[in-house]
Design a protein around this ligand. Structure first.
Ligand code: CA
Length: 435
């Protein structure tokens, strides 16, 4: 999550952790390198020989002074930053423009797949008592909390591999968002100083989101709660702290207990699409008067509840009426695709069957299991795409484009969809042997 709408480096910061990597972060080589670096710094007794970097060093002297004014003594600063050097590769990520626009149905196919629904249902069961306590104290229901957890970090499994202090100190000293990242860097140091965080070698996304909930450090400082009672707000290793903090975030963003996020709806043929959009809010009674009805046939109850109609893929795709709780979810990551992923995953965790209206495409997106299958097929056909990880990165895209060209599939855009998966599956099927 980015936590601060309008303050994050990019409003559309992709969910690399959900299997969709930003362009510069997709290379398995750079990920492996980051992991290697992370583990070497975490475990090495002797830090690697530092390369002289006077610009960074001068900046760190300034940061040390600033940290001291925020209650981080210089001795602590030196200890936290021991062995940390600048990593200018994060500047490429800061400046990266998405070279490939991911359709919303691809995001949702990967974020709300059967695997995540099954995992989420297991989490609801495993943490039932905890989630009930979270709901009592923070007013957010278990399915919503677990859905955020699943979308943000795949239930704590994937939370970023870059050394947080290395990325944030570099972004504090170089690049175009230094002031923003200084705030995040200093907040991280304070969390370490105060003992909320124990390990200076924690890792996260290149921009500084980390832990089960993918909070940015300043959001962490404002919102995190200690729910297991050990006196520390630990969103890296404590599931109780993480889940309660997620609920606290939503509550602070205006969550209304017991209300739905919204519903999939059907629009009348003459619906004026200029009225759609998350911020075009009207009383629910107004939408009802215009002929908006739920797809499941349950009547919408007329009220003055503030609501909006959204058409994430235009007039020919699914339509939704959304309420205040959708805005609360939206504030978690300031992107329609993520808000819908969390909202619809929560619905499926409550037993729902998914969207009734198909997305307007003849080439639907792939679940993570299907992405892995596609990667296995590409590997078998000799493409050097690295490990089968379900993450569609540049190497996988290049391989898909090459196969699309050979098969005469258009557009040959490198997109991982059902068509290329079907085509390669049929090519790899063993020949039918007739008796
Ligand atoms: Ca705690």
């Amino acid at each position: 999550m980015n936590g601060q709408m309008g303050c994050q480096p990019s409003a559309s910061m992709p969910a690399w952790h959900a299997g969709i990597l930003p362009p510069m972060n997709r290379s398995p080589v750079s990920l492996a390198l980051a992991a290697l670096l992370a583990s070497s710094l975490a475990h090495a007794q002797v830090p690697p020989a530092p390369v002289p970097d006077p610009e960074y060093d001068t900046c760190m002297v300034r940061m040390k002074a600033q940290a001291a004014t925020r209650g981080v003594p210089t001795a602590s600063f030196d200890r936290f930053l021991s062995g940390v050097t600048a990593d200018r590769s994060v500047l490429d990520l800061l400046n990266a423009q998405p070279e490939f626009t991911t359709p919303i149905w691809d995001y949702l196919a990967g974020l709300v797949d059967d695997e995540r629904v099954a995992d989420g249902k297991r989490m609801l069961e495993t943490h039932r008592d905890l989630l009930a306590r979270v709901e009592r104290e923070h007013g957010v229901d278990p399915a919503t909390v677990v859905a955020v957890w699943g979308v943000e970090s795949d239930f704590g499994r994937v939370s970023g591999k870059r050394l947080l202090l290395q990325s944030l100190s570099t972004l504090s000293c170089f690049g175009r968002r230094q002031e923003f990242f200084r705030g995040e860097f200093l907040a991280t140091l304070k969390l370490l100083q105060d003992g909320d965080l124990a390990d200076p070698s924690i890792t996260g996304s290149w921009a500084g989101a980390f832990g089960h909930t993918q909070f940015m450090p300043t959001t962490y400082a404002r919102i995190a709660v200690d729910f297991d009672g050990d006196g520390r707000r630990d969103l890296v290793t404590s599931i109780p702290d993480a889940l309660a903090s997620t609920a606290n975030y939503l509550k602070r963003s205006g969550w209304q207990t017991g209300r739905p996020w919204g519903h999939e709806v059907t629009l009348p043929a003459n619906f004026d699409t200029a009225l759609a959009g998350r911020t075009n809010r009207r009383p629910l009674s107004d939408w009802i008067a215009r002929g908006v009805v739920r797809v499941d046939g349950v009547p919408l109850v007329s009220s003055d509840a503030r609501s909006a109609v959204i058409l994430p893929a235009g007039r020919n795709g699914p339509a939704f009426v959304v309420f205040r709780n959708y805005d609360a979810i939206y504030s978690y990551n300031a992107a329609e695709s993520y808000a819908l992923a969390i909202a619809t995953l929560a619905d499926r965790l409550r037993g729902g069957s998914g969207l009734a209206t198909p997305w307007p495409t003849d080439d639907a997106g792939l679940s993570r299991a299907q992405r892995r299958e596609l990667q296995r097929l590409l590997l078998a056909r000799g493409h050097d795409i690295g490990a089968v990880d379900g993450m569609i990165g540049n190497a996988t895209r290049r391989a898909i484009r090459s196969e699309q060209e050979q098969l005469g599939l258009t557009p040959a855009d490198g997109r991982a969809g059902q068509k290329i998966l079907r085509a390669l599956s049929s090519l790899s099927s063993p020949p039918l042997i007739l008796p």
